[in-house]
Design a protein around this ligand. Structure first.
Ligand code: FAD
Length: 433
């Protein structure tokens, strides 16, 4: 590895996930002379949005992973290590190997931390006895195994009380599962599918919530809101929820035959415990528009770790990365950071084996579309986009630093759908392959 021992780099990037690689690639394209160090412990890069497809039997797990080295832009130095300490007063990070690395500018994007242990009994039960989670590394193949072997009964899908990666993912796998159960002789009629969510609705944007309510109703899926999974007994096949009621919190025990868990998530400990974390939640405290840290001008943050009032997705990263790059380079020229992120995010909510709602929105929480189509519809074309176009875009455009064309951004802003609620309509008869 070229010299990280010089101990100073123009730019240090923490994490080579969707955000870190996209930023590094765009920086290399726009400022090839910069000395950039990327700190990333994992030798494998994961396309996490593909894990839903793996869980639904639509993509082999191998297609969601590539060697990290093949994903990194040339000219960027990779330090295979992880950061344990952030010291923004000294412009320095410390790694597990004990390296102290100083920086001119820092980009913080280590993703988020999954707090499995916050659900009592989950760690022991996960990956066996019909307890599955697409959020677990290597977890999605077990989800598919369970769906195939399911012989009927109570199937539960959960959504936690914390912000999560891709808020629609717990529902996507549920709709796929429902199709799988219905296609198996006798299983559908013997099965009850239930969605237990700590939230108060199916989606944070009312227009998308409305169409997803139609999907759940069509499928006769039971929805239980304000129910937060807190414990699980894998042997007895019982899940314990805390239900928020007007009288306070009540504990409810539910028997299941299969459960898919979306676990609680939070900021990585080393961020939460540093001066860069927001008091209380620990998420990285950045300006929601410039993505510059609120107290340290030479620090930027993006991706899942950032405290932003929008959904945490790879699509959001695609909107954030060019803003970070532009503002970071502006500061280097002594200019003000004027590029602004508008909160763009997209959650392609698969609603069955041939349909998806491409739920795009921004800080205003209004449906928008990159596809010149009313986004508040279930569409076969959006299913094809999720299955084929988006993975291709991720590997071949986004990670390569392809510019986030300004025209597309302008198009998004222009294409608001104020009357979307009236036109929202679910598809009929989705079917498994
Ligand atoms: C099941 C599932 C379904 C999803 N579906 C979609 C979807 O349909 N559409 C969509 O857009 N998004 C989806 N997402 C979300 C998307 O994958 C994330 O939002 C995106 O990967 C965030 O990028 P990131 O770079 O912030 O974090 P990550 O991609 O998670 O990368 C973080 C990187 O930081 C590294 N790291 C961690 N700690 C340290 C440390 N201490 N020091 C150095 N490096 C560190 C990690 O090893 C990792 O490589 C889904 C996610 C999951 C799990």
């Amino acid at each position: 590895m070229p010299s990280s021992s010089s101990r100073f780099h123009d730019i240090v990037i923490i994490g080579a996930g969707a955000a870190g690689i996209t930023v590094a690639s765009q920086l290399r394209a726009q400022a090839p002379d910069l000395d950039i160090l990327l700190i990333e412990p994992s030798a494998t890069h994961h396309y996490q949005p593909g894990w839903t497809l793996v869980g639904g039997g639509l993509m082999p797990m191998e297609d969601t992973a590539r060697p990290q080295r093949d994903c990194l832009p040339s000219g960027v130095i990779w330090l295979q290590d992880h950061v344990t300490e952030l010291d923004p007063e000294q412009n320095q990070v410390v790694t597990a190997q004990g390296l102290q690395i100083r920086y001119g500018q820092l980009v913080v994007c280590p993703g988020l931390q999954i707090n499995w242990d916050k659900i009592e009994g989950l760690t022991e039960a996960l990956g066996r006895d019909n307890v599955a989670s697409n959020y677990a590394p290597q977890g999605a193949p077990y989800t598919w195994e369970c769906l195939q072997n399911f012989r009927g009964g109570q199937a539960i899908f959960t959504h936690p009380a914390t912000p999560i990666k891709c808020g629609g993912a717990p529902q996507k796998i549920m709709y796929l599962a429902d199709d799988v159960f219905r296609q198996k002789s006798g299983v559908g009629s013997r099965t009850r599918v239930s969605f237990y969510s700590a939230e108060g609705s199916l989606f944070g944007v009312p227009e998308y919530a409305q169409i997803l309510e139609g999907v759940a109703e069509r499928r006769q899926i039971e929805t239980k809101f304000r129910h937060n999974l807190v414990a699980l007994d894998g042997r007895r096949r019982e899940a314990v929820f805390e239900q928020k009621t007007d009288q306070g919190m009540e504990r409810v025990t539910v028997a299941y035959d299969f459960i898919h868990v979306a676990p609680p998530m939070g900021a990585p400990d080393f961020v939460a415990q540093s001066p860069l974390g927001k008091a209380g939640s620990g998420w990285l405290e950045v300006d929601p528009h410039t993505l510059q840290h609120l107290r340290y001008d030479n620090v930027f943050g993006l991706g899942d770790v950032a405290h932003l009032p929008t959904s945490k997705t790879a699509a959001a990263v695609r909107g954030q990365a060019p803003v970070v790059v532009q503002n970071l380079l502006a500061l280097r020229r002594g200019e003000a950071p004027t590029a602004r992120y508008d909160g763009y995010t997209c959650c392609p909510v698969i609603t069955g084996y041939n349909s998806a709602v491409m739920a795009e929105f921004n800080y205003e929480k209004k449906p928008i579309s990159s596809f010149y189509l009313n986004p508040t519809q279930e569409r076969y074309s959006m299913w094809l986009a999720k299955r084929y176009l988006l993975p291709w875009l991720y590997w071949n455009r986004m990670l390569k630093g392809a510019p986030f064309e300004k025209e597309i951004l302008d198009q998004w802003k222009a294409r608001l759908f104020p009357d979307a609620a009236e036109t929202a309509s679910p598809l009929r008869s989705p079917s498994a392959p």
